[in-house]
Ligand binder design. Structure first.
Ligand SMILES: [Zn+2]
Length: 570
């Protein structure tokens, strides 16, 4: 069995969580008191009950109620003493407090607790004797401190665990010996250490699986005993201010972790599944900022072309690729490069992923669509506009119009590669004679994981993989600036070490195809009669290399692996 702490339910005395009653419980107390005292106390309780009736409040005797530490600390000791109020029941959905005097300060406390815990607050009138016995419980708190700290993750806990866990084996071993209150800190510390963006905790038939998303890929990290899962979910819900008693529908919440040099915003999503609830926690670190244009991974001609194109005062720059291919990262890097006090930049995004100083960022809603947003943005006289995504003709037409009337417009479009952007625009219904002069450049991209420098070693490729590599590299255009000797190629992989959680990869970089719209291509677009194949042929003639080729060149440089390139591109 685990040595985890008792749950909230365990700590609540059975059958004593009803507001009425209390007389049987008092019996034991009677025997311990001197008779005269006992009578006085009884009279006081009766008086309190009568006062409660006048005030139209419920009454309760808390003397032997048995308040759990977690419940008690909903109100701080200091506040409890000052206000003469204590929290005696907290089911998650409902919080019950007892007070000796119901006034405006208690009403303010009700509001405060309601906002803090997202629960219904019920206030009971209690006697001074009830209050005193409840206040005494605060003195017992140091002994059970670990239960209380569990609803927050502290810097000390994170530091301790980060130092203690080198890899997933350490994490797994520690999970088995960690109290419920420290489990969350342990999972978050493990995620930070592994540079994970998300923690997935999924209920399966026999146990609970913990997976970390690292560099875009989910990795099995640990297992949690199924016995404690209901208590873990309760705790996470409590932290994220979700309804603890709801488990049959999805809920979303968040909680902050405030550290000396970092603020982590943890977004929590809870989803009912066949074997219980599954939870995903996304860690948004304040230190995660948009990367620079130079750090994107663009090289050679691709870098030079894009750098030139983004400096033009008008036109449309489109990035393509599926979700998670780094499109937004590229656009942010471009905006960061173009951002200066003389330039007015407005964005409309869904959602805003990074805050950019000096840029007017807005977010779409159900009614404030990309198209509507774009129309109102144009009235603001911007120099540069970033539109999160073009997915309908309305948005496409306004974006093209804006690009033709003196604005630099950046956006994304959902196609596989750079060559697919033009056919996609045309199939939406965009006018070829407007699109052709508007479009400056189309970008295709994917993200590949970088080989861990700590454990990188040279490897041999399987013959069929080598053939595929040769075939792709042989098609690199002569005027691209790249030349590869297909008979003298070296390839690398990470064999796994503590620095990379035994994954062999650490960090990510983009692989790109940067297709500028040249004169000949513009003419062809205007004809309106062209396929993706035609566009790719024309681009190749202009020296454009594909994402796969760029990726394999990066593999030859030992930046990524061949497997990784073929996984994302082709
Ligand atoms: Zn490594």
């Amino acid at each position: 069995m685990s040595n985890l702490g008792p749950s909230l339910e365990d700590l609540l005395p059975k059958g004593q969580n009803q507001p009425t009653g209390g007389n049987e419980e008092e019996t034991a107390e009677f025997k311990l008191q001197e008779k005269i005292n006992a009578i006085t106390l009884k009279e006081k309780e009766e008086e309190t009950a009568r006062n409660a009736q006048v005030l139209d409040l419920p009454y309760i005797n808390l003397v032997s109620f048995g308040i759990s530490p977690e419940t008690l600390t909903a109100i701080s000791q200091d506040q409890a003493q000052k206000l003469g109020a204590v929290c005696f029941l907290n089911t998650g959905a409902e919080i019950r407090i007892g007070t000796v005097k119901y006034d405006d300060k208690i009403k303010a406390l009700e509001t405060e607790l309601q906002e803090k815990f997202h629960a219904n607050i019920a206030t009971y009138l209690i006697s001074q004797h009830s209050l005193n016995s409840a206040l005494k419980l605060y003195d017992t708190l140091p002994k059970i401190r670990k239960f209380i700290s569990g609803i927050e993750i502290t810097e000390a806990q994170l530091k301790k665990f980060e130092a203690e866990i080198k890899n997933f084996q350490d994490l797994n071993a520690k999970i088995k010996n960690t109290s419920l209150s420290e489990l969350m800190a342990l999972l978050v510390a493990g995620a930070i250490k592994a540079r994970a963006s998300d923690i997935h905790i999924e209920a399966e038939e026999t146990d609970i699986k913990v997976r970390y998303r690292i560099d875009g890929i989910l990795n099995d990290a640990a297992k949690i005993n199924k016995d404690i899962w209901p208590r873990v979910t309760s705790r996470i819900k409590q932290m994220a201010k979700l309804k603890i008693n709801i488990s049959d529908r999805p809920q979303d919440g968040r909680f902050p972790i405030l550290l000396t040099n970092e603020h982590i915003d943890v977004r929590v999503s809870v989803l009912p599944t066949a074997y219980g609830e599954s939870i995903v926690m996304r860690l948004l670190m304040s230190s995660n900022t948009a990367i620079s244009f130079e750090e994107l991974g663009l090289r050679g001609q691709a870098f030079a072309i894009l750098e030139k194109e983004i400096k033009r005062p008008n036109g449309l720059i489109i990035t393509t690729g599926p979700t998670g291919s780094g499109k937004t990262t590229t656009l942010y890097a471009i905006l960061k490069k173009l951002n200066d006090p003389e330039t007015k930049i407005i964005t409309v995004e869904d959602p805003i992923e990074y805050e950019l100083q000096g840029v007017n960022q807005s977010q779409t809603t159900k009614d404030y669509t990309f198209a509507k947003a774009l129309k109102s943005i144009l009235r603001q006289d911007p120099d540069i506009i970033m539109v999160g995504e073009i997915r309908d003709l309305d948005t496409a037409e306004i974006a093209i119009q804006a690009a033709l009337t003196g604005h630099l417009v950046l956006s994304t479009i959902h196609t596989n590669d750079a060559f697919g952007a033009i056919p996609r625009f045309l199939s939406m219904g965009a006018k070829p004679f407007l699109l052709a002069p508007a479009l400056n450049v189309s970008i295709g991209q994917r993200l590949v994981r970088k080989i861990c420098e700590q454990c990188k070693k040279e490897i041999d490729l399987a013959p069929e993989v080598l053939e595929r590599v040769k075939k792709t590299l042989a098609e690199i255009p002569k005027n691209s600036g790249y030349q590869v000797d297909l008979n003298k190629m070296k390839f690398y992989a990470g064999k796994g070490c503590d620095a990379c959680q035994n994954i062999g990869f650490k960090g990510r970089i983009g692989i790109y195809e940067i297709m500028p719209i040249t004169g000949e291509m513009e003419k062809t677009i205007v004809s309106g009669n062209l396929s993706e194949y035609d566009i790719k042929n024309m681009a190749t003639k202009d020296g454009v290399i594909t994402m796969a080729q760029d990726g394999l060149l990066k593999a030859l440089d030992g930046i990524t692996s061949v497997e990784e390139v073929f996984r994302v591109a082709e």
